[in-house]
Design a protein around this ligand. Structure first.
Ligand SMILES: Cc1cc2nc3c(=O)[nH]c(=O)nc-3n(C[C@H](O)[C@H](O)[C@H](O)COP(=O)(O)OP(=O)(O)OC[C@H]3O[C@@H](n4cnc5c(N)ncnc54)[C@H](O)[C@@H]3O)c2cc1C
Ligand SMILES: Cc1cc2nc3c(=O)[nH]c(=O)nc-3n(C[C@H](O)[C@H](O)[C@H](O)COP(=O)(O)O)c2cc1C
Length: 767
């Protein structure tokens, strides 16, 4: 094949090498706009995995690269005058210039023709003379931008400013240095890539950048200012730019995240940064470029594969890899963009939060990297959780939490789950066994399902309720069992179904009206939940008074039942949620319109309940932190205000759920997918929160808690199939201090022994 590679960066060069290695008959020319030896940027980092991949592909260039790699293990985080060092991170770095030299030499050796100093124009008809034109022309690719619609290009220009500098100061560790100026925070990411050279990227928010005056400075002034701000880390070394061709503030950039729906059009194929970018803070751009190049060369040379089939395979495999990395990169980008949220953390927790920001590194992963450091974090967590009383080194999920006078033994909760199994609102033997069994399973806190404050407030005929003495007695029996046989605390979730009421049992169909015997429903406005549901009555003030009083009456009964805690359900599109979300609330009175108005009634109900509930017992509120409807619905930003408003009325915990507030929601699912909302409410609102949503491993829970993303972790579906989830986690993590019902002691010790033996065998096999 006759191939033109536009751009002699890592992608273009390595693709040319990989093609020639597979078939020396290919005619390949590389066109690079810069003269040889001129390049932007300083060092790049690789993982061991990337080195393994390039070694398999071309041992010759890999050997030249590995000979020059700088290795380091530690990460130093400097913040608030302290340095936190954690080890075991295993990075390798190389100068970009050196990497390109090695690749250029190797390409020449294999017969690739290299042209330098040629600015390629996509409109030039000469490109038609090539079988393939590889657009390896970097993130600002002209070949991609010439026909963006052909590639389905999506560019997201991020908020922060950064500049890529270098210095002769040799940093021994990967260094994150956070400095507070009179205008706000600015920080550096620094890493060594040669014996006497380090990359030094400076980053800050746009506001701080302008306030410091970088927008009005020449490049020399900018560098001098950075030298002054980071003087204590530079030991007298200068900072240098190699973007001398960029004038004034132009050397500062906003990172553009590039995504493409299609990676080829006609004879043009996108490769490397031209096809996708991943934020520099996870250091994966060069890795992706090299791995793209290997895969593309492999499919283009596979016998019997048509060009179309080769492209399909290239895109399918690489796109998946890229999406995974872009996901992590987005988490990392956002962490730096919302840095202010974490600056109140103590340095150790701040460093933990930084290290786990992309969610690729978890608690147990940190233990593998640096056990001693992680155990220091665990001791710190326990000390804080016990107001200095405990010196324990143990996983955060087993640390207690005090809310008012209630102390939960550990941080795992059984999330509220409707069981649709009550008759006339009375919990029965099913609920007794179901809740009792989950309390025996070791969770620190067990929630009841949404228990309704009136017969009309039920979702289905099978929902539990609390409006009469029979129900009080039935709940009392359950609460007494939990208290007598476990250390778990039990929280009653109270709610009213609103427009989502009068529907079938959960397993008979979601939100479908009853075949017969429907009762009238009410909501904030007269909007049916869906075309098949009833049109509710828009609540009058008299309705609002009546329902508020029902909530208060149920709260008083909860005292008689002996509950430790009460939660108000103001999420998921039910009655109180229908006031909060603008998608369901179309009122024009004092209870509709602004967020303040939409919150007025739910807050009134909560305040009335709080007044009725003993002041030494805690209360929480479950909210939907987003409607998954963009700006048209509740946004995560508003969720912070919602959390703050309830906290102002005496809520001790915000239970942060999301969505289910309208039928066309577009949730973004994934592991721990709702935890970012909890993180935001907790750390922007400085409130205690509970995270929930696809959290299913002890490692998830420990990572969330240690990183300060929530104070409690709720699991719903995992508890449906495993009531003993917490005890099993204790066995797995070899934590012995949890309350085990004496009847189950034998089983626990056997499980712990077996798990330990399995772990030892797995470790032996790894060796
Ligand atoms: C601040 C910062 C830090 C980074 N840190 C890392 C890191 O630690 N690790 C890592 O792996 N990656 C890092 N990257 C990303 C990395 O630089 C890129 O992802 C990687 O270089 C992509 O390779 P590429 O060949 O696709 O693009 P590039 O390296 O951008 O190469 C494109 C080439 O095309 C040439 N070109 C462009 N247009 C034309 C044209 N019209 N005609 C002729 N030539 C043209 C350019 O001059 C350039 O040489 C970082 C990026 C930034 C901005
Ligand atoms: C069967 C079932 C019933 C549920 N009922 C309730 C409920 O009564 N009240 C509530 O707030 N959430 C309810 N939820 C939502 C869960 O509490 C939880 O927020 C959700 O399932 C996400 O957590 P998970 O991924 O751990 O399952 C229910 C979930 C399930 C699976």
């Amino acid at each position: 094949m006759k191939i033109a590679c536009i751009g002699g960066g890592p992608a273009g060069l390595y693709f040319a090498i990989s093609m020639k290695l597979r078939d020396p008959a290919h005619e390949i020319e590389i066109f690079e706009r810069n003269p040889p030896g001129v390049t932007f940027g300083w060092g790049v980092v690789f993982s061991d995995q990337t080195v393994e991949n390039i070694t398999k592909n071309d041992p010759v260039s890999a050997e030249a690269i590995t000979d020059e790699l700088a290795h380091w293990d530690d990460i130093d985080v400097h913040v608030h005058g302290e340095t936190i060092t954690s080890g075991g991170h295993g990075f390798i770095g190389i100068g970009r210039k050196r990497l390109l030299e090695i690749l250029q030499n190797r390409a020449r050796e294999l017969g690739v023709t290299l042209h330098f100093g040629i600015e390629c124009d996509p409109a030039n008809p000469a490109w038609r003379n090539y079988d393939l034109v590889i657009a390896s022309d970097g993130l600002n690719s002209r070949f991609r931008s010439a026909t963006p619609e052909a590639f389905g290009v999506d560019v997201d220009v991020r908020k922060n400013k950064f500049v890529w500098l270098g210095t002769n100061k040799a940093f021994d560790a990967f260094t994150f240095a956070f400095e507070e100026t009179e205008h706000g925070w600015i920080w550096a990411h620094a890493y060594r890539f040669a014996p006497d050279f380090s990359t030094f990227i400076v980053e800050c928010s746009d506001e701080v950048w302008r306030a410091i005056g970088f927008d009005r400075m020449s490049q020399e002034e900018s560098i001098a200012k950075c030298e002054q701000l980071f003087a204590k880390y530079l030991d007298g070394h200068k900072l240098q730019s190699n973007a001398a061709h960029l004038r004034g503030s132009a050397a500062w950039l906003n990172f553009p995240r590039v995504k493409c729906e299609r990676w080829s059009s006609g004879n043009v194929i996108l490769l490397g940064d031209a096809a996708h970018t991943a934020h520099f803070s996870i250091g994966s751009g060069t890795k992706l470029a090299l791995e793209d190049a290997i895969k593309l060369a492999e499919v283009l040379n596979r016998d019997g594969l048509s060009l179309a089939a080769a492209m399909d395979e290239y895109v399918a495999e690489r796109n998946l890899e890229v999406l995974k990395l872009q996901n992590s990169a987005r988490n990392s980008t956002e962490w730096f963009e919302t840095l202010e949220r974490y600056l109140h953390f103590e340095p150790l927790q701040f460093a933990y939060s930084l290290l786990t920001r992309s969610q690729r590194i978890s608690h147990e992963n940190l233990r593998l990297r640096d056990r001693e450091w992680l155990e220091g974090v665990e001791r710190w967590f326990w000390k804080r959780a016990t107001e200095g009383k405990s010196n324990k080194t143990a996983p955060p999920m087993f640390a207690p939490l005090k809310l008012r006078d209630m102390t939960v033994e550990n941080r795992i909760t059984v999330s509220p789950m409707a069981m649709y199994s009550a008759v006339d609102g009375v919990p029965n033997d099913f609920h007794f066994v179901h809740l009792g069994e989950r309390a025996l399973g070791g969770a620190g806190l067990v929630f009841t399902e949404m228990t309704c404050v009136s017969p009309e407030g039920r979702i289905s005929p099978g929902c539990t309720g609390l409006w009469n003495d029979e129900q009080v007695a039935a709940w009392q029996r359950i609460v007494d069992f939990v208290h007598a046989n476990s250390k778990a605390k039990i929280c009653l979730q109270l709610g009213h179904s609103g427009a989502k009421g009068s529907t079938k049992l959960g397993w008979e169909g979601n939100d479908l009206p009853l075949d017969d015997g429907n009762w009238p429903v009410m909501s904030a406005s007269d909007l049916a939940w869906s075309p098949v549901n009833q049109v509710p009555r828009a609540m009058t003030r008299a309705d609002m008074d009546a329902v508020r009083d029902q909530f208060v009456a149920a709260t008083r009964m909860a005292i008689d039942c002996g509950f430790d805690m009460v939660e108000l359900h103001a999420a998921h599109g039910y009655l109180l949620s229908s006031f909060i979300t603008p998608l369901q609330n179309k009122r024009t009175d004092d209870y509709g319109g602004s967020l303040e108005n939409r919150l007025r009634y739910p807050l009134e109900v909560f305040a009335a309940m709080r007044a009725a509930w003993p002041s030494d017992r805690p209360m929480s509120v479950r909210i939907s932190a987003t409607d998954w409807a963009g700006e048209d619905g509740v946004t995560p930003d508003e969720a912070v205000q919602i959390g703050e408003a309830f906290a102002h009325e005496g809520a001790d915990l915000i239970d942060v759920s999301a969505g289910q507030t309208w039928t066309d929601q577009q949730p973004v699912y994934g592991r721990m997918f709702q935890t970012p909302f909890s993180d935001r409410i907790r750390n922007e609102g400085r409130l205690a929160t509970m995270a929930v949503g696809n959290i299913y491993e002890p490692d998830h829970a420990n990572s969330i808690l240690a990183a300060g993303r929530a104070d409690l972790v709720a699991l719903a579906r995992p508890h449906l199939v495993d009531p003993m989830w917490t005890l099993r986690a204790a066995a797995q993590l070899d934590y012995r201090d949890i309350h085990i019902p004496p009847q189950y002691l034998n089983g626990m010790s056997q499980l712990a022994r077996n798990l330990k033996r399995e772990a030892e065998m797995a470790a032996a096999l790894r060796v």
